[in-house]
Design a protein around this ligand. Structure first.
Ligand code: N01
Length: 547
C-alpha cells in the first residue's frame, strides 16, 4: 500500500484522530496520541515530505531565532541523548534533519500521508465523525480532527499586476524551490523586511550582482549573536537540560532568557543605557525582556526603541539609509521583533540599495522590471519575503464545516472565535494546536505545542473513558475566552501596530488581536484549572449512536 492509498479509507472505517499537518505539532500529536494513548491516528500533509514550515522555508539564511536547544521537543530523554545541535540557532537543513530523526526514532512515517492538501472537512452529525477530503479525491473519516497546520504557513503573495509576465525568476521565501537556486551575479529584488527578509538579505548580498530591498515598514532588529556550539557548550547544555526544560515549561515566554522584573523607568538613564548595552551584546531575542514594562508602557518602550534606533545609526554608514531603516511608527515589540546577523551592515555594501515603498509603492511588474510609482528596477530575480496570512489562513483556506453545515469561515467572519485557542463552538471534536486565542506566536511555539498536545490528549482520553467522546466548546465559554484574550491585549502596546497579530497583514481581514497575551505560564495555569474543574467550558456527550 502506498502512503497515498492509506488516506482513501472509507467513512465506514474511521480512525480515532485525523491530524492535518506533519510539522512539529503534527508529529508531536501523532507520537503522543498513538504511542502513549493507543489511539489510531492518520496524519495528512500537503508537502512531499514532513517538516511543515521547516520543509517549505528553505531560503538561504533560514534558521530559528530561539536557541536550538529550546526549539526542540522535550518529551524524550532518549531523543535528547542522541541529538546534538551544531549551532546556537540551527539552520533550516539541520532542523529538518532533526525532524527526520524524530520520525525515524518513533516510526512516525507509517501513519503520515504526504502530498495531499486537505480541501474540505465536514462534521457528520449522524455518525459524529469528521469526513476529510484531500485535493487528490481521497476521503478519510475520524472521530477527532486536529488542525496542526501552523500559524505561519498560509503563504501570502501580494497581488502585483504583471507578475506572470516577468521573464526572470519569481520566488517566495516560504515556498523556496528544493533545487539550488543560483543567485550568483544576478540582479535580485527582495520585497519585505520581516524575519524572513532579514535573514535572506545579508545571506545573498555577497553573491548577487545587485540587491534591491523594497521596504514598506522598517523592522526593529537586534543582533542574534549566533555561534557554532563547541563540545564544551554541548556538554554544558546536556548537564543543565532537565532543569532548563523545566524552567522553560514554567516560564512566561518559553525562552531561556531571564525576564528582568524591573521597570525601564525606575532606573537612571546611565543604568538603563548600560543594561541595554549589555543585553544588546548577548540577549538576542531576549532583548525584549530587558525590562518588564517594554510592552505595556509607551515611555518605557521609547527608551528601548531609541536605543535600537541609535544602534541602527551606528551600524549603517549612510544617515539617510539609517533613517529609513529606523522604525518610528509603532512601538518596539508590537510587531514581531527580529534578530539578525549583519542585516543593517548589509546596506553599507555598494551593491545593495534600499527602496522605501511606503513613499513610492510598488505598482506593477513587467517582463524585466519591478516598478514603483516613481522608478523602474531591472531585475533577474524577484524574492517575495512577504510572509503569511497568519493564524487563521491555514484554518480558513480549507472549507471546514461544523454542526448544521456551518462553515468555519462564517463562524469566524468577524475574527477567530475559540475557547482556550483550542476549540470552537459548533465544531465538535475539532481542535487546533497553537491557534488563535492561544499564546503560540508570543512565545516559544515549541513549548506551546507540547502543552497543547498534552492538554488535548488528556481531554480526549478522559472524555472517552467517561463514554462522552463528543467534545464541544460551549458558546458562552468561547465568548468569555475571546473577551478575555481581548482584555489581555488591551493592557499592552500590541494594539499600536498594524501587525499580523491583529490581522493587518491581509487587506480586508478582520482587525482582531488574535494571540493570548497573558504569557505561557498564565495560559498553562488557566488550562490546568479548566481540566481540574472537569474541563469546564467543554460540553461532553455521548455520540448520537450512544457510544
Ligand atoms: O513575514 P512578515 P516573514 N507589499 O509578515 C512586507 C516567523 N519566522 O516571513 O510590515 C510590500 O514578518 C511586510 O511589510 P509591512 C516569525 O514569527 C521566523 O518575514 O506589512 N511589502 C514585511 O516587511 C515571523 O514573524 C523565523 O509593511 C509587503 C514583510 O513583507 C513570521 O515567520 C524566520 C507586502 C513580511 O514580514 C513571518 O515572517 C522567518 C506588500 N503587499 C520567519 N506584504 C525564525 O525563526 C507584506 N510585505 C528566524
Amino acid at each position: 500500500m502506498t502512503q497515498r492509498d492509506r488516506t482513501t479509507s472509507s467513512p465506514d472505517s474511521p480512525v480515532d484522530v485525523i491530524v492535518v499537518g506533519a510539522g512539529f505539532a503534527g508529529l508531536a500529536l501523532l507520537r503522543s496520541f498513538r504511542d502513549e494513548r493507543g489511539l489510531t491516528v492518520t496524519v495528512i500533509e500537503a508537502g512531499d515530505d514532513i517538516g511543515g514550515v521547516w520543509y517549505w522555508n528553505r531560503y538561504p539564511g533560514a534558521r530559528c531565532d530561539v536557541d536550538s536547544t529550546d526549539y526542540s521537543y522535550s518529551f524524550s530523554p532518549e531523543l535528547d541523548a542522541t541529538w546534538d545541535w551544531t549551532e546556537r540557532y540551527a539552520a533550516q537543513p539541520e532542523i529538518l534533519s532533526y525532524i527526520h530523526r524524530v520520525a525515524e526514532l518513533y516510526d512516525l512515517r507509517r501513519d503520515i500521508t504526504l502530498g495531499v492538501r486537505v480541501t474540505e472537512a465536514v462534521y457528520d452529525e449522524q455518525a459524529d465523525l469528521w469526513v476529510v477530503r484531500g485535493d487528490d479525491g481521497s476521503v478519510v473519516s475520524g472521530r477527532y480532527l486536529v488542525m496542526a497546520t501552523g500559524c505561519l504557513s498560509a503563504v501570502k503573495r501580494p497581488d502585483l499586476p504583471g507578475v506572470e509576465d516577468f521573464t526572470g525568476t519569481v520566488l517566495h521565501t516560504a515556498d523556496w524551490p528544493k533545487d539550488k537556486v543560483d543567485l550568483v551575479g544576478k540582479r535580485v529584488g527582495v520585497i519585505g523586511t520581516g524575519s524572513s527578509g532579514i535573514q535572506v538579505i545579508p545571506e545573498i548580498a555577497p553573491v548577487v550582482a545587485e540587491l534591491v530591498v523594497f521596504q514598506r515598514t522598517p523592522t526593529f532588529s537586534v543582533p542574534a549573536h549566533h555561534y557554532v556550539l563547541t563540545d564544551a557548550d554541548r556538554a554544558a547544555i546536556r548537564t543543565e537540560l532537565p532543569a532548563r526544560r523545566e524552567r522553560l515549561r514554567r516560564s512566561s515566554t518559553g525562552l531561556s532568557v531571564p525576564a528582568n522584573p524591573r521597570s525601564a523607568l525606575e532606573v537612571t538613564d546611565e543604568e538603563r543605557q548600560a543594561y541595554y548595552e549589555e543585553q544588546w551584546n548577548s540577549a538576542g531575542f531576549g532583548f525584549l525582556l530587558a525590562y518588564s514594562d517594554l510592552l505595556i508602557d509607551q515611555a518605557a518602550n521609547d527608551t528601548a526603541a531609541d536605543f535600537i534606533r541609535g544602534k541602527i545609526a551606528e551600524r549603517v554608514d549612510d544617515p539617510a539609509t539609517a533613517a529609513l531603516l529606523s522604525p518610528r511608527t509603532y512601538p518596539y515589540g508590537a510587531k514581531r521583533p527580529c534578530v539578525d546577523t549583519g542585516f543593517y551592515e548589509t546596506f553599507n555594501r555598494p551593491n545593495v540599495t534600499l527602496v522605501d515603498i511606503s513613499a513610492s509603492p510598488l505598482v506593477k511588474v513587467t517582463e524585466t522590471s519591478l516598478h514603483t510609482t516613481t522608478s523602474e528596477y531591472g531585475l533577474d530575480v524577484i524574492v517575495f519575503a512577504t510572509g503569511f496570512d497568519a493564524m487563521t489562513g491555514s484554518l480558513l483556506r480549507p472549507d471546514i464545516r461544523g454542526r448544521g453545515g456551518q462553515p468555519l469561515r462564517q463562524h469566524w467572519a468577524s475574527g477567530p472565535l475559540t475557547y482556550l485557542g483550542l476549540a470552537s463552538a459548533g465544531f465538535p471534536n475539532m481542535f487546533v494546536v497553537a491557534g488563535p486565542g492561544s499564546p503560540s506566536l508570543l512565545g516559544n511555539v515549541m513549548v506551546s505545542i507540547e502543552q497543547h498536545v498534552e492538554f488535548l490528549a488528556d481531554l480526549i482520553m478522559s472524555s472517552r473513558a467517561a463514554k462522552t467522546p463528543v467534545i464541544e466548546a460551549e458558546p458562552e465559554a468561547e465568548a468569555a475566552w475571546v473577551a478575555h484574550v481581548n482584555r489581555l491585549a488591551q493592557g499592552t502596546l500590541y494594539l499600536a501596530a498594524a501587525s499580523y497579530y491583529l490581522g493587518a497583514e491581509v487587506p480586508g481581514k478582520p482587525r482582531v488581536f488574535m494571540p493570548y497575551a497573558g504569557g505561557l505560564r498564565r495560559y498553562r495555569r488557566e488550562c490546568e484549572e479548566v481540566a481540574a474543574d472537569g474541563y469546564r467550558g467543554f460540553r461532553r456527550t455521548s455520540t448520537a449512536e450512544g457510544n
